[in-house]
Design a protein around this ligand. Structure first.
Ligand code: NDP
Ligand code: 2IT
Length: 452
């Protein structure tokens, strides 16, 4: 069978076995799109059915999460943990709490995570989890009771050597604290390595909070350098205003760029003088309010665009760099065309799969530097692996040392991705480079471990 026939067959099987899971199909299609040249060089992967195996999670856990709201009423959510691939290490990946979470969402994220984690070169497998619980508008007590109930089931499936969850959308240090507290209580073990993204006073790592956003900006710096460009003076749009977005903005500003727009699910802000990060953090992180409050409190310098995506700002502005840091499929073909028309040089995906396939095509055809999430946002999980390393050695590193490690890891990912793209005849194509480099590391480990 030709590589293309094998890929088409396995993709057809994946669609048939996972009906209705459009995001998972999209993620598989994206990776498979890079693999014909790999199978042509490595017939042993076909013989060992590596493609079929990497699409089938090792284990999928779905559970009921009952909890009591502040009125005394019992509420029910659905919890998930998909343990996708442990060839390289314990399953590793975040938990997402958002009403849109379905099994297919968790599978798409888990699938991406497997290759992202492999690309870091660190000893971590891939997994993902979460719930359709909506943290918006919930009291602190409700969040705690939900997290405790989630862990009351999840504790049997996780562990320092088994599966190590962390944060994602809707899950930050507060939620990780409640989850860890419940794990500790049930198991009677202070097993720091069971979760990452912990508070720095109780086993967390410095730089983990900043790592995904900083890492995405470091990756972009390396891409820009291939064209003799830098962030100095660059006009930048960032979508989202959560964990990844906030620290991407911070690092862009440190490097002399100007972020002129950000967003949340209610709309976007346009601030031509550059975002006031302290104000944005106050509104979104501390007060947990809607982003409109930023424009109101910015004294007439910023405007709020209700319901609009941040990419619409490209109609009024030159934009050099776009950093999608909110959620999947948030930047479409029309957005991409608008950005390209306004001078775009580079895009790096801080979020997982934020760019639609049509938009990726537009960027590719226009010769825009495009850093896929597997490479560009891997700094978060890589720093989680550094947190695991510190926990295992009962040590804690300084901010400077940890940021230096993150910076080296991002440089390594950029180099590995670019070299792999060259080797496989696609110079400058970071999508092909990241998919192939990640896949080969997982595939070789799976071959070595026998029929698993
Ligand atoms: P947060 O919950 O901290 O922030 C998410 C941001 O995206 C918020 O501004 C949110 O707006 C917005 N958003 C979420 N869902 C939607 C939606 N359906 N439509 C429009 N806006 C939306 O999450 P993170 O910053 O941690 O995660 C952002 C992205 O980065 C995700 O794709 C995640 O998978 C990815 N990622 C995260 C890593 C991490 O370490 N945290 C690591 C690697 C990738 P609102 O406030 O209105 O909900
Ligand atoms: O998508 C991701 O890489 C994350 N949400 C971070 C996972 C982790 O284990 O730190």
């Amino acid at each position: 069978m030709s590589p293309k026939t094998t890929i088409d067959d396995v993709y057809a099987q994946t669609l048939a076995r996972n009906p209705g899971e459009a995001e998972f199909h999209q993620a598989v299609h994206e990776v498979f799109g890079s693999l014909d040249r790999v199978l042509a060089k490595h017939p042993e992967y076909v013989q060992a059915s590596i493609l079929e195996r990497v699409c089938e999670p090792e284990r999928q856990i779905i559970f009921r999460v009952p909890w009591v709201d502040d009125t005394g009423r019992v509420r029910i959510n659905r919890g998930f943990r998909v343990q996708f691939n442990s060839a390289l290490g314990p399953y590793k990946g975040g938990l997402r709490f958002h009403p849109s979470v379905l099994l297919g969402t968790v599978k798409f994220l888990g699938f991406e995570q497997v290759f992202k984690n492999a690309l870091t070169g660190m000893p971590i497998g891939g997994g993902k989890g979460g719930s359709d619980f909506d943290p918006k508008g919930k009291s602190d007590g409700e969040i705690m009771r939900f997290c405790q109930s989630f862990m009351t089931e999840a504790y049997r499936h996780v562990g320092e050597y088994t599966d190590v969850p962390a944060g994602d959308i809707g899950v930050g240090a507060r939620e990780i604290g409640y989850l860890f507290g419940q794990y500790k209580r049930i198991t009677n073990r202070y097993e720091s390595g069971v979760l990452t993204g912990k508070g720095v006073t109780w086993g967390g790592s410095l730089v983990r909070t900043e790592a995904t956003g900083y890492g995405a900006v470091f990756f972009t710096q390396h891409m820009l350098a291939t064209r003799g460009r830098s962030f100095d003076g660059a006009r930048v749009l960032v979508s989202g205003s959560g964990n990844v977005a906030i620290y991407a903005i911070e690092k862009v500003h440190e490097l002399g760029g100007v972020v002129v727009g950000a967003s949340d699910s209610s709309g976007s802000i346009h601030d031509p003088d550059g975002i006031d990060l302290e104000l944005l953090r106050d509104v979104k992180e501390r007060r947990r309010e809607r982003i409109e409050a930023y424009a109101t409190e910015r004294g007439g310098r910023a405007r709020f665009l209700p319901g609009a995506s941040v990419w619409q700002i490209a109609g009024d502005e030159r934009v050099d760099v776009a950093l999608p840091c909110a959620t999947q499929n948030e930047l479409d073909e029309a957005d991409a065309a608008r950005l390209v028309a306004n001078g775009l040089v580079a895009v790096a995906e801080g979020a997982n799969m934020p760019t639609t396939p049509g938009a990726v095509r537009v960027f590719r055809e226009a010769g825009v530097l495009f850093g896929p999430g597997k490479a560009a946002n891997a700094g978060g999980v890589a720093t989680s692996a550094l947190e695991m390393q510190q926990n295992a050695s009962r040590d804690s590193w300084t901010f400077e040392h940890t940021e230096e490690r993150l910076s080296e890891i991002m440089a390594g990912i950029h180099e590995r991705t670019a070299e792999t793209a060259d080797e496989y005849g696609a110079p400058g194509d970071y999508v092909v480079g990241a998919n192939i480099a990640g896949f080969i590391r997982v595939a070789d480990a799976m071959l070595a471990l026998g029929v698993i």
